[in-house]
Design a protein around this ligand. Sequence first.
Ligand SMILES: Nc1ncnc2c1ncn2[C@@H]1O[C@H](COP(=O)(O)OP(=O)(O)OP(=O)(O)O)[C@@H](O)[C@H]1O
Ligand SMILES: [Mg+2]
Length: 325
Amino acid sequence: MTPTLAVEDLSVDYTVTDRGGLWPRRRQVPALRRIGFEIEPGETLGLVGESGSGKTTAGRAILRRVETSGGRILFRGTDITHASGPALRRLRAEMQLILQDPFTSLNPRMRIADIVGEPLLVHRRAASRAEMRDRVAALLEKVGLPADSGARFPHAFSGGQLQRVGIARALALRPGLVVADEPVSALDVSVRAQVVNLMQDIQRQEGLSYLFIAHDLAVVRHISHRVAILYGGCMMEIAGRDAIYDNPRHPYTEALLSAVPVPDPPAQRLRRRSAPPAAAPDMAQPNAGCVYAARCPRATGHCRAEAPPLAEIAPGHRVACWHPL
Ligand SMILES: Nc1ncnc2c1ncn2[C@@H]1O[C@H](COP(=O)(O)OP(=O)(O)OP(=O)(O)O)[C@@H](O)[C@H]1O
Ligand SMILES: [Mg+2]
């Protein structure tokens, strides 16, 4: 079966401008280094890694919202790395994004029916006003919102309800792939499970694929079929969900899973903003070795000299480490 998405050796560099000296200087900072994975139809790949590891960049590169500097992206077997014009427009319908904060990602001045129906209008998928009304009503029902929600504005809804609106909008064009970038992190713990369960139900009905980005390791375990671990823009490990959680082979994965969780995401965000981890990799100074070597208790001279390839250590379980657990 052709995977919904295949990512091969994908790299992204951001151009940053230093304004410290007399003249501004532009330089390239790597954010993703040759990452690769596949997502099958109906499958959820969880993407995990600490702040700045490149998760959002990966999602945006796949959706063709940020330029890639190397590698290939294949959607249903077609190379879309450099798609443009009408082809890119078609892709925009097939691959959708759900963002973290429904309060800022939905236009507060639009009625819910128009928010959900806008993609149908933009991509000319509804022949008439009446058809659009029916399609929007069906979508609202699918995500568990009352039928009369369409006439109301976003401020009348809770965060969980608004995230349902965001999901309905993302589903309007029946996409094959949805990139969900921390879709429940901004929600109350009590409604997180409902939204995650809704996403799972929809996946079972529609057979779509998810790239599910999150910090909450329990949520990722719940929804993912397989999990990929990013660190410093590099893939550290990828395997089936239970293999990752019960039998991690990369020292970084083990450290990540054993770290004391911070249950409150706003507090976590604040902490991340104010105090970046001192030992986080300096992305501007890539060296030849493993990106995790400086923090790794198992690191040897070999690790500092040569980056380990992502190698299959057991069926379906790949690890980038010279000294796996
Ligand atoms: N627009 C940009 N310009 C320059 N650098 C950027 C830009 N966006 C992200 N970066 C850098 O790229 C790296 C990866 O960022 P990214 O946002 O993908 O990480 P993330 O894993 O999504 O983090 P978080 O968990 O905080 O959302 C970071 O070093 C970040 O500072
Ligand atoms: Mg992010």
